[in-house]
Design a protein around this ligand. Structure first.
Ligand SMILES: Cc1cc2nc3c(=O)[nH]c(=O)nc-3n(C[C@H](O)[C@H](O)[C@H](O)COP(=O)(O)O)c2cc1C
Length: 342
């Protein structure tokens, strides 16, 4: 546990405006700690006034309203549970160095439209819709947390990614919304612990249901009907249905205080370090170094309320200069040119 005063200093520094964050050096004792837990002593983010929060709620339209969804879905083909994942050739198997994108002439004649995400009058919902449709597919990090009273929470986050393996590190982004911060973020700040669970195709309805804006303290385990499995290094439970679970502890939090709008909760990014992995029986190879895609069946979040599945893959080997340059006139020519410059 970190002394609350040190943690207070840590978090308040981390709540300085984003533009100054690059200058910030984390406190030494916190940086060293591999099992840092944020605690209830963390200073609360700036209070959100109820009247402002109500006003913000009126103009907040981030989640797409899908009317008559049942009628629309009824016209679509059934989900093919038995669909095999095929492996094809890559798009241009004969691609050679310097070729760029073959057959891309038409696209090169198209110009790009410049967008300033901060332009006066540009709605943040347009940045939301743009980014979730452009940066796709995104894996869904399904986070299990508990608050300081032990109340459980389970919610999906697609501003999520593994960012290193040594040490195993993960990042989760919490968006601002009218009123209170997301319960998961509050819990991470209070207890510094979570389990990140993978999401397979067969889990998606249950996972999606946990994104409901349940009142603080209400458990989305009950909402979803998913099953708990015990964790070893953290308090929150693992999701038994997931193929892969990562127990983890918070090591850094960055709050974007300079970006906070009246009535809206603060946006924040949380850095999590893994403390334990769990892999479902039969899903990995003998030394637990590879998970079978056919068992994982990962779901990617796309734009709007769309999800995608993987039904086809292809491979491209990684290359090394020392092997490739002797075989390629273009590479060896580049090497000679570089030699002339020196
Ligand atoms: C697939 C999916 C991905 C989501 N990704 C994010 C995300 O990256 N960041 C975020 O703040 N909210 C995200 N949400 C919305 C949260 O899940 C939602 O606000 C939820 O109510 C938060 O729960 P909590 O308050 O119990 O933490 C996502 C929802 C879904 C269905």
């Amino acid at each position: 546990m970190i002394p609350s005063r040190a943690l207070g200093r840590f978090l308040s520094t981390y709540t300085t405006p984003a533009r100054t964050s690059l200058k910030y050096q984390p406190l030494k004792n916190l940086r060293k700690s591999s099992s840092m837990a944020a605690t209830a002593a963390a200073p609360a983010a700036p209070e959100v006034k109820e009247s402002e929060s109500e006003a913000a709620q009126k103009s907040y339209k981030i989640v797409q309203d899908v009317r008559n969804f049942a009628v629309t879905e009824a016209q679509r083909p059934d989900f093919d549970h038995a669909k095999a994942i095929e492996t094809t050739k890559s798009p241009y198997p004969a691609w050679d160095y310097g070729q760029g994108v073959p057959d891309d002439g038409a696209s090169l004649s198209q110009e790009h439209h410049e967008v300033d995400p901060y332009a006066p009058g540009r709605l943040s919902v347009n940045n939301y819709r743009l980014l979730v449709s452009a940066i796709a597919p995104r894996p869904v990090g399904f986070l299990s947390t508990v608050n300081s009273k032990g109340q459980k929470n389970l919610s999906p986050f697609s501003y999520f990614q593994v960012i290193d393996h040594d040490p195993p590190m993960f990042i989760v982004g919490f968006s601002s919304r009218p009123g209170r911060v997301k319960d998961t973020y509050r819990n991470l700040k209070e207890t510094g612990e979570c389990v990140i669970n993978t999401v397979s195709e067969n889990m998606i309805e249950a996972v999606n249901a946990t994104s409901i804006d349940a009142p603080y303290g209400v458990s989305e385990w009950d909402v979803s009907g998913l099953h708990e499995a015990p964790s070893t290094t953290v308090k929150p439970s693992r999701v038994k249905e997931s193929v892969f679970n990562i127990e983890g502890k918070v090591i850094d939090i960055k709050e974007f205080a300079d970006h906070q709008q009246p009535g809206m909760s603060i946006a924040a990014t949380v850095l999590i370090k893994a403390t334990r992995f769990w892999i479902k029986e039969g899903a990995a190879d003998a030394d637990f170094s590879h998970i079978d895609l056919d068992k994982l069946r990962p779901v990617g979040q796309l734009g709007g309320v769309s999800y995608g599945r993987i039904v086809s893959t292809f491979e491209r080997p990684r290359t090394r200069w020392s092997n490739e340059a002797p075989k390629s006139e273009l590479l060896s020519g580049l090497e000679e040119k570089e030699g002339e410059l020196i």
